[in-house]
Structures are given as C-alpha cells and as structure tokens.
Design a protein around this ligand. Structure first.
Ligand SMILES: Cc1cc2nc3c(=O)[nH]c(=O)nc-3n(C[C@H](O)[C@H](O)[C@H](O)COP(=O)(O)OP(=O)(O)OC[C@H]3O[C@@H](n4cnc5c(N)ncnc54)[C@H](O)[C@@H]3O)c2cc1C
Length: 380
C-alpha cells in the first residue's frame, strides 16, 4: 500500500501550493486528483495581486493579460469608480494552464501526483488515515482537503455543511474583432447587473470570460441576466461560446477548519471573498498555511490544529468577516450602499484596491466604524 506523510485531495491552487510548501520542507507528499491534468476549471481566472505576490515564484509564463486599472460600475445609479496602480491589480489566467503550472512547481520540489483518481472514503485511526480511492487505498499521517466547493474530504471527515455557497455562471466567449478590441482594454465589474450580485468582463488571449453571480438565496435565472449583460456591453454577435456553471463558497465554515489530522483549505473551507467571490488568492494562502501548520508540528496533531487556526485568524478570517459585512451592505442594502458611495465611494474603491494589492488589510473594527456613521445599521 502507498504511504505518505501528507496526502492532499485536489490539484487546484490550494492543493498545489500546500504540496509545494510541504515537499519543500522534505515531507513525502502526494496530490490525489480526480481529473486528468490539465483540466478546465470554471473560473473567471482573475488573480488579484495579493495572490500573485504570495506565490514564491514567477507565474509570468501563464499570465494571459495584466490590468493595472479596474472599473466598477453600478447599475441604475450614477456611480462609477476606477482605480490605477503601478503593479497589475488583476492578472488573467486560464485555470487549466495556471493550475498545471503550480502543480509542476510542487512536483519539482519532490511532491507526487496521482491523477484520474477519486477519493471515495476515509478511515480514521489513532496514528493516521486510510484514504479509499478509485485507485486503491492510500495511507497518510495528515490529510489536506483542497478539493473545492464540493469537498468530499469534508463530507468523509464528518463536517456538516455550514458554508454559504452561491451560484455563478461563466461564459468563455469569442466576439467579433471590433468588440474584442473595445472590451479587452479594461477589466470591469458591474454591480447590480444581477440582483444581489454582479457581472464581470475579463479579457483573455483572443476571447472574453464573462460571468454572472448572485448572493441572493432564492432561485434566479442567471442566464437571463447574462443576456441583459451582453446588451449592456453592446455585444450583438457571439462567434463561439461555452458555458459552465458552478458554486462559489463565500462564507467560511462555522465550526472548525481541521479535526482528526484532516485540514481543509481553499474552497473546501469556504475562503472565497464574500464581496468579490475571488477565491484563488485565499486558496493559495490557506494551502500554504495548512502545510506550514502540519510540517512545523508534525509529531503533535493538536499543536498542528491550533497552529492552523492561529494562522487563519491572523491572515484570513478577520478579513473575511469584514468583507462579509461589506458584501451585505453592498448587495442587500442598496439604499445605504448608495448613500455611502456618494460620500466615500472613491475612497472605498482605493481601499479595496489596496486590499487586492496586499498593501492593506480591512480596517480593524470596520463593522462598528460603519455602524457609527450609519445609525440605521445599528439594528443589524
Ligand atoms: C464562475 C466562477 C468564477 C470565478 N472567478 C474567479 C476569479 O475570477 N478569481 C478568483 O480568484 N476566483 C474565482 N472563482 C473562485 C475560484 O475558482 C475558487 O475559489 C478556487 O478555484 C478555489 O481553489 P481550490 O484549490 O480551493 O479548489 P479548486 O480549484 O476547485 O480545485 C479542487 C480540485 O479538487 C479536485 N477534486 C474534487 N473532488 C475530488 C475527489 N473526490 N477526489 C480527487 N480530486 C477531487 C477537483 O477536480 C479540482 O481539481 C470563481 C468561481 C466560479 C465558480
């Protein structure tokens, strides 16, 4: 039977970077991936700068476009904001080549990968774990569940669902040259183009990644809003189009992020940003943190779990809590949001851009600060 120090389920950015850091520290690591790589992943492929600078190597060769300016529009309101920086605020990647690139970096450090193999069960024992896969049993001391929004690791590990999952549609679209030239100059977000949500236009090499998502709980016809969005972008003709739907976990798990030597990272833990649904950067970071917590406390499972929680508290969770509150105001309280935008809109856009850049964190105690300025919110 194959035996490893650390097994990682999933070869997305979280799994690849968990493997990279653990293998670099000399651990015997395996990634188990159900697909054959490179595989398509439903995603806008917009990597914010804070995610890029958290990678310990250059990703230049898999970046399709870089944007130093972003545009945010608000439907049915005069608000429009733009922010510019000297470094790329958002880098565009296609996830098949980006994820493969990260996995290759992990393999260079000595990690192993087993592709086209699905995790199908888990047996816990005192000293380790036995993973049941479609390719046979694998033993490991620790397991990192980096298997995305539909995490089987969490299910087999005994977690109940407590994340907030939102639906999103992604369209990879070829348009006539004039439209492509016009729309590929900028990266744009259109808040309210979908009820309680937004649409995006991300230019890639030769095509556009267009998408729509909503934080609304009721069922919603996202395709209808996508059609409206095409009109808004003044796209009259589509030459080729591929649509993919998936879920984004924009609310972290409410109980724990590790138990019984099992650690959850990335989407499996629910670490996508609630305001922007941007999940790659926290997937990269949480993969690294899970790996560090395990490697530094390998002989003491409790210390590893505590270390992971502490690292998450310091680096991810307080940011997500602030972002959850801002997302609530942004999407569910449009009147209050518009009032705040008219007063602090550009300032807010600059602060958010600095957060994307990894240059700033959300201000401490943001919720109470906003509540003080908007008395209506004190009841929330
Ligand atoms: C429509 C859409 C648009 C998005 N746009 C953006 C964006 O522009 N920017 C951004 O930052 N984020 C975006 N996101 C979010 C982003 O895609 C995720 O947050 C990110 O991919 C999470 O990475 P991960 O490594 O945790 O999981 P994933 O990238 O989902 O990787 C999980 C891996 O686990 C494998 N796996 C799953 N189950 C098993 C199993 N049982 N056995 C073996 N392998 C398994 C899967 O095949 C997959 O390769 C978007 C998401 C959606 C749905």
């Amino acid at each position: 039977m194959k035996e490893f120090d650390i097994a990682i389920i999933g070869s997305g950015p979280s799994g690849a970077m968990a493997a990279y850091h653990a293998a670099k520290k000399g651990k015997k690591v395996v990634i188990i991936e159900k697909e054959k790589l490179p595989r398509y992943k439903t995603c806008g492929g917009g990597l914010v700068y804070r995610g890029r600078i958290n990678l310990p190597f250059s990703i230049e060769e898999v970046v399709e476009k870089e944007f130093y300016e972003l545009e945010v529009f608000f439907e049915k309101s005069p608000h429009f904001f733009t922010a510019k920086r000297n470094e790329p605020i958002i880098s565009m990647v296609m996830r098949d080549s980006f994820d493969q690139f990260l996995v290759n970096k992990a393999l260079e450090q000595g990690a192993h990968i087993i592709e086209q193999t699905t995790m199908e069960g888990l047996v816990k024992s005192e000293n380790g774990l036995l993973i049941k896969t479609s390719g046979g049993d694998i033993k490991c001391k620790y397991l990192i569940g980096a298997d995305g929004a539909l995490s089987q690791t969490a299910k087999f590990g005994g977690w109940k669902e407590s994340r907030k999952l939102i639906p999103a549609l992604e369209f990879e679209v070829k348009v006539p040259e004039n439209d492509f030239i016009r729309l590929s100059k900028n990266v744009r977000f259109d808040v309210d183009a979908v009820p309680d949500g937004y649409a995006w236009c991300f230019p890639k090499n030769g095509h556009l990644s267009l998408g729509v998502c909503t934080l609304k709980k009721q069922r919603i016809d996202l395709k209808k809003y996508y059609k409206d969005y095409l009109k808004k972008l003044e796209i009259k003709e589509i030459l080729e189009s591929e649509v993919h739907g998936f879920q984004i976990p924009v609310g972290q798990r409410k109980d724990v992020f590790s138990k019984d030597r099992i650690f959850l990272s990335g989407d499996a833990a629910g670490f996508a940003d609630p305001l922007t649904a941007e999940g790659i950067s926290n997937a990269i970071l949480s993969g690294e943190l899970a790996s560090k917590a395990i490697v530094n406390n390998f002989e003491n499972e409790k210390a590893a779990a505590n270390a992971y929680r502490q690292l998450l508290d310091q680096r991810i969770l307080s940011e997500l809590n602030s972002s959850t509150f801002i997302a609530f105001i942004c999407y569910a309280q449009p009147a209050i949001r518009n009032m705040l935008l008219s007063k602090y809109g550009q300032k807010g856009c600059e602060i958010l851009t600095d957060i994307f850049m990894g240059k700033k964190a959300f201000p401490d105690d943001l919720k109470n600060k906003i509540k003080k300025r908007v008395p209506l919110l004190k009841f929330i």
